[in-house]
Design a protein around this ligand. Structure first.
Ligand SMILES: Cc1ncc(C[n+]2csc(CCOP(=O)(O)OP(=O)(O)O)c2C)c(N)n1
Ligand SMILES: [Mg+2]
Length: 661
């Protein structure tokens, strides 16, 4: 379709977006009209001439991805979806913008409106997700060939996205990996909430992107031909592309256009009426003239033929079944055998190794059977033990690797992993030190909010890391991760539990996981093999009391062996004590009440964990005790630190005895 084949003008199509957005915000009495009005021209060019999609099949795997990183402009996306005819975006949804139960949430939420490729709103995240999506596309194209995987990733990012720190990590990584099918449309409107951007930023954005290995253009964002020309050139770029589109926020509003006042408030009846007069749009709110709608609907089906050709190629492909399996997120049959093998070998060999090393052993086995497992680390590969045997590095132009050196870009890594998981066809995991979950936290939160299987391999999980000191020793991090809804935090005590926790993380198709792993060596405590995944229950009785159970010692990770030691002392003193290994609160809380009370027992309960004591009260109860950290750590060898902070078997024994007295 082009402009001459149909009598509807570009301006009419763009105005349809503008008024759907302005009127929906007006009806909701809240929202952001300025950005959709400003970017309506650019979006119209993209969705009517360039974007490869079929509105009738929003999830077609080889579609171009469109990410609205400036998520406050959600009405831009919803208007486009309605106009192009996405089945789940009838006009009723637009009328219900921002209302409970509507898929037109205030910001685009993944899993609500089908055109929302990712949840955006926290500025910069979408741009960084898009880097992951563009990378996923390259990795899958290398695996399955261009016949099945050949699409682009487009992003709309605003001043805010580009001011956020994460944008630097994302831009830098994309430039380094030469993700030339990534095209960023920068809404260069010189306005953010506080006013003109000259208040806050003087960056030369084009030169900034160019310095990171991008090609850039600058165009008038209200000149459709200029925008189209730049996108055409960007499509042929050998580097990622950024097009700075100079726009006017709130374009068409007679008094407020160009002002931050249009950013995040309804324009008001008078201003909207003025915009109608100015732009020549005489239609009632939520009414789009038939011819305009028809031209949009035709644009929405532009890709139908391309999609059916693709479907034919897939049907005829020898890779069909594998491709379908991988895209659906199913793991290859038999992958659990690798887990079982590690478990039984470890129970027999009883290695004394750090759980980060255990994780390495598990990964070596898993990577051999799950090709879509894509690893990486934020410059701590040798410490996180994340690079599995047989995984080659991914590099610019070399996308058949399965390991990503993310560089010192924790936040960018986490957001890129979200993007890869959302893209589909990839199971991403990545590592850094547990203390730096703080550097990834906004993206970890989004992994959980979006229900994505992203696996965070977080090592050096306590004061047990020793001499690097309090800057590197996580204290409050486990508590802070355990409160994120939907996230599974797991802290295994030995190789067997580490294998089990990996199995949980992989089997959970719609939850992210954090594996908290030790730097220091730990003894094997699970010395009898069982196929059952005991860690999947969150906690279980590792050692029962010999006689009647008087006390239960609950521990996670490196402190489970300490609990075992304390138990021996108590038993020797005639006090029946059980050890409960609790690798995961979340998994344990999901068990039935009967199981939970049986595991926790009736007697005195003492928890021990080399982390903030915060929250353990719920398991030990008012009569129990928690042996843990109440301050930051310190720099010293690990054994000295455990002693210094009183996280010892003796402290556990004393706590039990004093409560039995
Ligand atoms: C991480 C983060 N910080 C702050 C906000 C609140 N916020 C939403 S939009 C915005 C300004 C964005 O400016 P820009 O991207 O230029 O959008 P425009 O005003 O041009 O639509 C801010 C600060 C946010 N959504 N995310
Ligand atoms: Mg702006």
């Amino acid at each position: 379709m082009n402009d001459s084949s149909i009598s509807v003008s570009h301006a009419e199509r763009a105005n349809a977006i503008r008024f759907l957005a302005a009127d929906a915000v007006e009806a909701a009495k809240s929202g952001h009209p300025g950005m959709p009005m400003g970017m309506a021209d650019v979006a119209t060019v993209l969705f009517t001439r360039f974007l490869k999609y079929d509105a009738a099949e929003p999830r077609w795997p080889d579609r171009d991805r469109f990410v609205l990183s400036a998520g406050h402009g959600s009405m831009l996306l919803y208007s486009l979806m309605y106009l192009t005819g996405y089945p789940d975006m009838p006009i009723g949804q637009i009328r219900n913008f921002r209302q409970l139960g509507a898929n037109t949430a205030g910001h685009p939420e993944f899993g609500h409106a089908s055109g929302a490729e990712t949840t955006t709103g926290p500025l910069g995240q979408g741009l960084a997700n898009a880097v992951g999506m563009a990378l996923a596309e390259r990795l899958l194209a290398a695996r399955f060939g261009a016949d099945l995987v050949d699409h682009r990733t487009y992003v709309i990012a605003g001043d805010g996205c580009l001011m956020e720190g994460i944008s630097h990590e994302a831009i830098s990584l994309a430039g380094h990996l030469k993700l030339n099918k990534l095209i960023v449309l920068f809404d260069d409107n010189h306005i953010s909430i506080d006013g003109p951007t000259e208040l806050t930023v003087s960056d030369d954005q084009r030169r900034r992107f160019e310095a990171c290995g991008w090609k850039t253009w600058a165009v008038d964002g209200h000149d459709p031909e200029a925008v189209a020309k730049a996108i055409t050139e960007a499509q042929n770029s050998d580097k990622p592309a950024m097009i700075a589109c100079r726009t006017v926020i709130g374009f068409g509003a007679p008094k407020l256009a160009g002002s931050s006042k249009t950013h995040g408030s309804p324009l008001g009846a008078e201003e909207i009426a003025g915009a109608r007069a100015k732009l020549g749009w005489s239609h009632a709110p939520f009414e789009v003239p038939e011819t305009v709608l028809a031209s949009w609907r035709a644009a929405g089906r532009r890709g139908a033929g391309t999609r059916s050709d693709w479907a034919k190629r897939l049907a005829a492909s020898a890779e069909r079944d594998v491709f379908n399996r991988v895209v659906s997120g199913e793991l290859p049959a038999g992958w659990q055998d690798a887990i079982r093998a590690v478990k039984s070998k470890s129970s027999a060999d009883k290695p004394k190794i750090a759980t980060r090393q255990s994780s390495q052993n598990v990964l070596d086995a898993l990577a051999a059977v799950i090709p879509e497992l894509i690893g990486g680390s934020a410059d701590l590969t040798g410490s996180n033990n994340t690079k599995a045997a047989g995984q080659n590095p991914v590099a610019a132009g070399k996308y058949d690797g399965r390991y990503i050196y993310y560089g010192v870009r924790e936040h960018g890594m986490a957001a890129a992993m979200n993007g890869m998981a959302l893209h589909g066809g990839i199971v991403p995991y990545g590592g850094t030190f547990l203390v730096f979950t703080d550097y990834c936290r906004p993206s970890i939160r989004l992994s959980a909010l979006m229900k994505q299987r992203v696996i965070y391999v977080m090592t050096h999980d306590s004061i047990g890391l020793g001499e690097d000191g309090p800057t590197h020793q996580p204290v409050e991090h486990l508590a802070a991760l355990r409160v994120i809804p939907g996230l599974i935090t797991m802290r295994p005590c030995d190789t067997v539990e580490t294998a089990e926790c990996w199995a949980v993380a992989l089997a959970e198709k719609s939850r992210p996981s954090v594996l908290a792993l030790s730097r220091q060596a730990l003894p094997t405590l699970r010395t009898t093999h069982t196929d059952d995944n005991l860690s999947a229950r969150g906690a279980y009785v590792l050692m029962e009391a010999t006689g009647a159970r008087k006390a239960t010692i609950i521990a996670s990770g490196s402190e489970v062996s300490l609990a075992v030691e304390a138990r021996a002392t108590l038993e020797a003193a005639g006090i029946g004590a059980a050890v409960v290994s609790m690798p995961s609160w979340e998994l344990f809380d999901a068990q039935d009440a009967g199981y939970r009370s049986k595991v926790l027992g009736e007697g005195v309960r003492v928890a021990v964990e080399a982390a903030s004591t915060f929250g353990w009260e719920k398991y030990v109860g008012p009569k129990g005790a928690v042996v843990g950290m109440t301050s930051f750590g310190a720099s010293a060898p690990a054994p000295a630190l455990y002693k210094h902070f009183g996280i010892t078997a003796d402290a556990v024994v004393t706590a039990v005895k004093s409560r039995l007295a």
